[in-house]
Design a protein around this ligand. Structure first.
Ligand code: AMP
Length: 581
């Protein structure tokens, strides 16, 4: 593999990016850096945010700045204020060991006087949004006659946000001898047309397949009825306690509605939409960036320029009309080598949109079942238990209180004590899910399982196992899961339904670990019973389904009885009418 040195990057820059943890170039850097450094030709790079494109144009641009020349030599144009600030910060951090370099961001919504002062002091690189840059050219503060390089970053976004006229104006005033680098996630008609007008014989590189989603992103779809959408969002969040994501809505109104419900329901979330002032936006963005809030509810426009690389999820609460917008949204997760999940909560009426996204982005959605209350509770319980396991105990601080506490809790056995602690933290959750009905996914005719209580991908292969402890030995679902975790020394193993009988328990488990589980189980015991796990031929009793069908037949019976009595009443009243008549 090429390292930065082989690509031609000088040591001072390598030293600074090493401090940022850049060891090897990303694919876009590998392709673009030698072209930018050694070839004066224009370049079109089809690369999404998150691929390392800032360093791909930033490192060679910084390297080729003539520090003795006080004029502006490189301009970077980008669509939003946030991205503008981010790019400037990145360029400044790459040039940490090149003290004399001056990089100035110019963007709207901030004092133009301060920006003018900064430019007048002399600057080598301008990073600007199109509107403010054009304004500064018109005021004769910026002059791009001697500029050597122009970078159009996120060109497709700039054009879709209506900056075409501003870009035309800026590029028209810029030195004809410049090199133009155009970075875009997609090659829309508008991007093609601007490249034709302002670029010559451009080299073209593509990092991801054109219009395709990142390979690090899984695409999940939950097909539910419209009235279940919000509850599904809650369940997805509850099932992923470590979630860190953006929920995309269609309109400001929807964004506000969902956000206020979500926040009222106790989730760590906030909203950004067009009705917020710049300082409110900045505040929400910074709380999201430093992970004070886990979920950001946003419209597409408001979320532009928000550059966060560690999102675990992107949730499409409403689908966009344009499949390309889906590609942009989902490209916000699965960045910088991380895995990500792009979720769509949709209803069956939107199947045409889904097909069109699948075709255009060349992705395949995995149909998911909405997590059941039981699934969520066990996931949350495990998070709680892990927290208890990992909590730092400050012996010194708590030791004065312990004797009294030990005495007060003396009457409880170890098992009861655990139950009390867990319940104290968890009863609210259990209560909520005890009361709420599970949500049925409408996954069409290819549903392979009628049990809607499984929140797993339906391709998962489970096997029924039986273990020789049951109600009599005091086993609970949580204890069973904890036994499995102890045996397998992992808490990642997927467990399906659990059916606790009098003296044994049947449970579903990921088929691939059956053998090792059976082999290792004999080394453990539960409340004095040596454990024995075997493959079970018995069926798990689907209590959920059984109860449901019982309820259904009861309501049918009730209905028949009511109908009978209604028709009896009718005939009686008819009789009476007859009698009266
Ligand atoms: P960008 O596409 O420029 O927004 O970059 C996405 C993220 O990848 C940023 O957080 C960069 O700091 C990071 N990054 C860029 N290049 C590299 C690299 N060669 N190695 C590791 N991380 C990188």
């Amino acid at each position: 593999m090429n390292n930065f040195k082989n690509l031609g990057i000088e040591q001072k820059l390598i030293d600074s990016i090493s401090e940022l943890g850049f060891e090897n170039p990303t694919p876009v850097q590998e392709k673009a850096i030698p072209l930018v450094l050694n070839d004066h030709s224009d370049l079109i790079a089809l690369a999404q945010t998150g691929t390392g494109k800032t360093a791909a144009f930033g490192l060679p641009s910084i390297q080729q700045i003539d520090l003795k020349n006080k004029n502006i030599q490189t301009i970077v144009l980008c669509p939003t204020r946030e991205l503008c600030i981010q790019i400037s910060k990145d360029l400044i951090s790459y040039s940490k060991f090149l003290k004399a370099i001056k990089i100035t961001p110019v963007y709207g919504g901030a004092s133009i006087e301060n920006q003018i002062k900064a430019i007048r002091k002399g600057t080598h690189i301008i990073v600007g949004t199109p509107g403010r840059t054009k304004d500064l050219i018109k005021r004769k503060v910026l002059n791009f006659k001697s500029v050597k390089r122009v970078v159009l970053d996120e060109a497709d976004e700039m054009l879709s946000m209506g900056f075409k006229d501003d870009l035309d104006f800026i590029l028209d005033t810029t030195s004809e001898n410049r090199q133009t680098l155009l970075f875009s996630a997609t090659m829309s008609k508008e991007v093609r047309s601007i490249s034709k007008r302002f670029m010559n014989d451009a080299n073209e590189i593509t990092v991801e397949k054109l219009n395709s989603g990142s390979k690090n992103v899984e695409h999940h779809i939950y097909n539910v009825s419209s009235r279940d959408k919000y509850a599904t969002l809650k369940r997805i969040s509850d099932f992923n306690p470590e979630i860190y994501g953006i929920v995309f809505c269609r309109t400001r109104r929807e964004t506000k509605d969902i956000a206020s419900k979500f926040i009222n329901d106790g989730y760590s979330a906030d909203a950004i939409h067009g009705d917020l002032s710049q300082s409110q936006r900045d505040d929400v963005m910074s709380r999201f960036r430093d992970k004070t809030i886990q979920m950001l509810i946003a419209t597409d426009v408001a979320a532009r320029g928000l550059d966060v690389n560690s999102l675990t999820h992107v949730i499409n609460y409403s689908l966009p009309d344009d499949p390309e917008v889906y590609t942009h949204r989902s490209g916000r997760t699965g960045r910088a080598g991380n895995k990500g999940i792009s979720v769509v909560i949709s209803n069956s009426r939107e199947s045409r949109k889904i097909k069109s996204i699948e075709n255009k982005s060349q992705i395949k959605f995995l149909k998911m079942d909405v997590p059941s209350g039981k699934d969520i509770c066990s996931k949350q319980l495990f998070k709680l238990i892990e927290k208890i396991e990992k909590v730092k105990v400050d012996e010194k601080q708590i030791s004065p209180f312990l004797p009294d506490i030990y005495e007060k809790l003396n009457w409880l056995s170890r098992e009861d004590l655990i139950k009390h602690f867990v319940s104290a933290e968890f009863n609210r959750f259990l209560d909520y899910y005890k009361k709420s009905r599970d949500i049925k996914s409408d996954n069409g005719s290819d549903r392979s399982s009628k049990d809607s209580s499984k929140s797993r991908r339906r391709s998962k292969d489970f096997e029924n196992l039986s273990v020789n402890v049951g109600r009599k030995q005091g086993i609970t679902p949580i204890e069973l899961i904890s036994l499995v975790n102890r045996i397998t020394k992992s808490n990642e193993i997927e467990i399906g339904s659990i059916d606790i009988r009098q003296s044994y328990t049947i449970f579903e488990i990921d088929k691939t670990i059956t053998k090792s589980l059976i082999k290792s189980s004999s080394s453990l015991n539960h409340n004095g019973v040596d454990l024995k796990v075997i493959v079970s031929k018995e069926k798990i009793e689907k209590k959920y389904n059984r109860e449901k069908s019982e309820r259904r037949s009861k309501s049918k019976r009730d209905f028949k009885n009511k109908s009978r009595s209604r028709s009896r009443n009718r005939s009686e009243s008819k009789g009476r009418r007859k009698f009266r008549g």
